[in-house]
Ligand binder design. Structure first.
Ligand SMILES: Nc1nc2c(ncn2[C@@H]2O[C@H](COP(=O)(O)OP(=O)(O)O)[C@@H](O)[C@H]2O)c(=O)[nH]1
Ligand SMILES: [Mg+2]
Length: 309
């Protein structure tokens, strides 16, 4: 019996996460060989999208060779780490990363944006270190325009300022972001916190009164958890667990706050989103377990949803 096509699509997505170039193409080919050989229907659609994936991956690999710094979006949200050099951005990326980035894989003095996936509350999010933003970036100093271009497509920003260092270091970078007209939900990570005092943290808090502050040290697991929590708060996502054929998915879907049952169905499959008749709900948006609701019902974080065809 072949795997249900929706399960196959999920498995395929999971197996491709974090893979690029040759490795990604190899995985796509393996998936293609496992796919039932139907000429029509959802399996044929899957085959088509996997073949397109090979082509897209090739195009991207070539683009990288042409020195592009573009970052391919993965995960439910993209959060940029922004700050002066040496504040610990790469270290945080590494500490939060789902897939262990080997230090040898990229130079520690990072020159290009480096993406990494992190799992927070069961949801994969993409962190991107934006290195080398300096005063004058908007005039393209230090290749600033391309870096700001990457930042523009992020959903939120974690500004990083090193404890005990002048606020101006980060303020200069932040000015460039503002001049570029980039305005995203943001927090301030006061980094390398183990090297400074509470007063040092307060000084930075006072210098950036509009940003919620999270002191972070990569050698303090609790501070990393607090950072994860703040990053989650930046995303405005809600988690929804799909229930079908008598079982509930372990991995949640992540949707923007305010999403309706129709959005949930649509994110499973556009066709399902167009044709489904309603849903049953368990969780905080339900008045009672298994409540029958219509398309426009707004889901809440941690709801379980069964889409009714
Ligand atoms: N004590 C301490 N050192 C850190 C911490 N985070 C990073 N570092 C050190 O700071 C230096 C610069 O870190 P890196 O992550 O490359 O900074 P980036 O330039 O902002 O990416 C490295 O030597 C790290 O080992 C931290 O939380 N505590
Ligand atoms: Mg770095």
């Amino acid at each position: 019996m072949p795997m249900p096509h929706r399960t196959f699509a999920q498995v395929a997505k999971r197996r491709l996460v974090g893979k690029e170039g040759k490795e990604r193409i190899r995985e796509v080919r393996a998936l293609l060989s496992e796919l039932p050989d139907y000429k029509n229907g959802p399996y044929a659609d899957l085959r088509k999208s996997l073949l397109a994936e090979i082509e897209d991956t090739r195009v991207r690999s070539n683009a990288v060779h042409r020195d592009s710094i573009a970052v391919r979006r993965e995960g439910a949200a993209q959060i940029a780490l922004v700050g002066p050099p040496n504040v610990g951005k790469s270290s945080i990326l590494q500490a939060l990363s789902e897939i262990q980035i080997k230090t040898g894989d990229y130079p520690f003095t990072t020159l290009r944006p480096v993406p990494a996936l992190t799992r927070i509350h069961g949801v994969l999010l993409q962190l991107v270190e934006i290195p080398g933003l300096i005063g004058g970036a908007t005039e393209d100093r230090g290749g600033g325009r391309a870096l700001l271009g990457v930042l523009r497509s992020a959903d939120a920003i974690v500004y990083c300022a090193r404890v005990g260092y002048p606020a101006e270091d980060l303020a200069t970078v932040r000015d460039e972001v503002e001049i570029a007209g980039i305005d995203k939900p943001a927090i301030l990570a006061v980094t390398r916190a183990d090297e400074g005092s509470a007063d040092d943290i307060d000084r930075l808090r006072l210098a950036f009164p509009d940003l919620p502050v999270v002191p972070v040290s990569v050698i303090d697991a609790a501070s990393l958890d607090a950072l994860r929590e703040s990053v989650w708060g930046l995303t405005d996502l809600v988690r929804v667990y799909l229930h079908s054929n008598g079982s509930t998915d372990e991995e949640p879907l992540a949707l923007p706050e305010g999403a309706t049952v129709a959005d949930v169905a649509d994110s499973v499959h556009h066709e399902l989103g167009a044709t489904f008749s309603g849903a049953r709900i368990w969780g905080s948006s339900a008045r009672f377990d298994g409540q029958r609701v219509g398309r426009e019902h707004v889901v809440q974080d941690s709801d379980t949803v069964e889409i009714l065809r």
